[in-house]
Design a binder for this molecule. Sequence first.
Ligand SMILES: Nc1ncnc2c1ncn2[C@@H]1O[C@H](COP(=O)(O)OP(=O)(O)OP(=O)(O)O)[C@@H](O)[C@H]1O
Ligand SMILES: [Mg+2]
Length: 348
Amino acid sequence: MTSDPSLIEDPAPLQTQTVPSEFINRSDEIEKLEQLVDPETSSNSCIVGERGTGKTHLVLHQFQKLPGQVNTCYVPCKRCDTEYKALKQLYQAVTREEISTGHHTSTLYREIEEKTTELPALVFLDDIEFLLQNDGDSLLYQLSRTNTDQLNLITASTPGTNLKDELEERTYSSLHPRRLELEPYDGEKVCQVLVQRSRDSLKPQSVHQNALTYIASTTQNLTYALTWLETTAKKSMDKITENKVREYREQAYKDYIDKQLREFTRHHRLLIQAIEELEKEGEPPIYTGEIYQRYHELSESYSEDPVSNRRLSTYLKHLELLQLIESKYHYGGQQGKTREIQSNYQNI
Ligand SMILES: Nc1ncnc2c1ncn2[C@@H]1O[C@H](COP(=O)(O)OP(=O)(O)OP(=O)(O)O)[C@@H](O)[C@H]1O
Ligand SMILES: [Mg+2]
């Protein structure tokens, strides 16, 4: 029998979607979160932290610990980015029934109210910024006034989204969220997470400490850091060294983008491709006009029906919210508003 040459013994701990059973260096935050989601306190809360600081998993981990008498509902706002889509997700979670489209929102609100009168619910609106691009304000306003003792909301967003500024005054005051901030991990803490998760996933002595230190000195985003290690581990047959991780940096970033864009369209990917190509060809910055033109060329070569520039502008905003690109806005001039775009590869 030949032995398995792969370094990976158990893939799950290195996969970013795996919620860890133990969180390193987050005990204070976990304690605060426990108080925030305590069904007795009945308040709404918002979690704020940069990408890859553990917002999603800390709340999901907390959900697992809640008593069965609380109905928990996860609403991924990247996908559920309108009032209707989010309501539908919420309705399905509290009633455990599938619904088709075409129901009036008032009917859904009423049913949710009835159900949550029987059983308290905790609703996690993750990546709320995507919902706020559309009619999310209305959803937050309605839900914050529904069964206030029984239905609690928790939102997660990056520091670039300030709920107080983004929401109507009456919505913010009705929601009145208590805030939990997650500081980014420093290099040492990123490294500790990488050590633990690689220990749980890889065969003994598969990684050189320098390799982990290198990743941790490049990024504070744990999703990217773990993806990078996973990408390298999948490609390696012998010990992962610093040189190995350097070699796979670009591939790892591509894998990270793929993960971030999983909930989005083919056109988002083409926009990213257009930006990457333009950056490789010339000096940054690049402007939206050039990106749209390259996007049209790419669509044609892949026989894709292109979407309107207006739609593309929304999609660029999504890429910005995902922090895959950075935008600088210029107002005025012949073309009205233009955007100067840069990919975020160097700054992640
Ligand atoms: N303290 C920790 N110990 C171990 N793993 C952690 C810790 N914090 C975060 N992680 C892991 O890091 C990754 C990123 O966490 P998570 O997805 O919760 O971040 P996020 O802040 O929601 O990111 P994004 O803004 O991109 O959605 C996940 O794989 C998570 O399990
Ligand atoms: Mg998240």
